[in-house]
Design a protein around this ligand. Structure first.
Ligand code: C2E
Ligand code: CA
Ligand code: CA
Ligand code: CA
Length: 277
């Protein structure tokens, strides 16, 4: 997209009325779209460094809307959250992901799946029990499931979120702090969370080749994460150089377009086969 002085130049600016109408349509049509198979999950592989083996995938939701076409999650997840429908979305993504992991286990592959949570999931006291039931239903070892959550999410209501996080963690599920380095992340607070992984926000990883400040941030998150005993994941790895730098710093896992874009199921299978052949 073209930009001018930081402002997006578009063909037209939608009016407030149009924005509200579209939001309203998205929210009211979501369940039907799920039933009609217009909502799906794409998977983006993550590789271990330095051996470059596929370690897991991140599940990223997609919606091909009959009228609006392809929608990115940034366009509809906030509306779904606000409408109180996030439980429906998360259940769908979780179930799809666990089916995948089951299929891989049956083929002799141990690949974990990471599912993004919203704060609202952490306000649901029954959430851990629901997750446990799903793990049992597909007979998945809990360590093959990771939940990614943003700090700002957890911190908006720690009283509610913390007990639920502890419960998920005690089930043996991995927890990752997403978009680390953005927002009001505090180091002290990272220690209090029952987390296993920290994901360096892609803005720093994308900038580290040209911006010494970004490079310094990435380096310090890797060190901080390791000193707290956490697995450090870098997202937004688009260039060889970035992967090599991350590898040299000791970063544990890399995810980004260099490795693969998020892929639909069938293309992911082909990608995995080509890679392990
Ligand atoms: P996120 O969790 O930070 O996910 C990473 C985003 O970065 C994804 O965007 C992914 O496609 C993109 N990405 C991956 N590698 C690269 C790269 O090398 N370069 C660049 N520039 N971008 C890269 P996507 O799929 O559009 O998702 C956007 C956000 O929507 C996610 O950010 C997450 O916060 C949210 N989201 C996606 N799926 C779900 C879901 O199932 N549930 C919830 N609650 N949120 C979701
Ligand atoms: Ca994520
Ligand atoms: Ca992220
Ligand atoms: Ca994000």
């Amino acid at each position: 997209r073209a930009t001018r002085g930081g402002e997006e130049v578009r063909g037209y600016a939608p009016s407030m009325g149009q924005i509200f109408l579209r939001r309203f349509q998205l929210v009211t049509q979501f369940r039907q779209s799920l039933e009609d198979g217009h909502v799906s999950v794409h998977y983006q592989p993550k590789i271990s460094l330095p051996n470059r083996q596929v370690q897991g995938v991140e599940a990223l939701v997609r919606w091909v809307h009959p009228e609006f076409g392809r929608l990115g999650p940034d366009e509809f997840v906030p509306a779904i959250e606000a409408a109180g429908l996030i439980g429906v979305l998360t259940s769908f993504v979780l179930e799809e992901s666990l089916k995948r992991v089951r299929k891989w286990l049956d083929e002799g592959l141990r690949i974990s799946a990471a599912v993004n949570l919203s704060v609202r999931n952490l306000a649901d006291e029954d959430f851990p029990a629901k997750v446990q039931r799903e793990l049992e239903r597909f007979d998945i070892p809990p360590e093959l499931l990771t939940f990614e959550l943003t700090e700002s999410g957890v911190m908006s209501d720690p009283q509610k979120a913390l007990p639920i996080l502890r419960e998920l963690h005690s089930l043996g599920i991995e927890l990752a702090v997403d978009d680390f380095g953005t927002g009001y992340s505090s180091l002290a607070y990272l220690r209090q969370l029952p987390v296993d992984q920290v994901k360096i926000d892609k803005s720093f990883v994308l900038g580290m080749g040209t911006d010494l400040g970004d490079l310094a941030v990435v380096r310090s998150i890797v060190e901080l994460g390791h000193s707290l005993g956490l697995t450090v994941v870098a997202e937004g790895v688009e260039e060889d150089v970035a992967r090599d730098q991350l590898e040299a710093m000791g970063c544990d896992v890399a995810q980004g377009y260099l490795i693969s874009r998020p892929l639909p199921e069938d293309r992911l299978e082909a990608w995995l086969q080509a890679r392990t052949a």
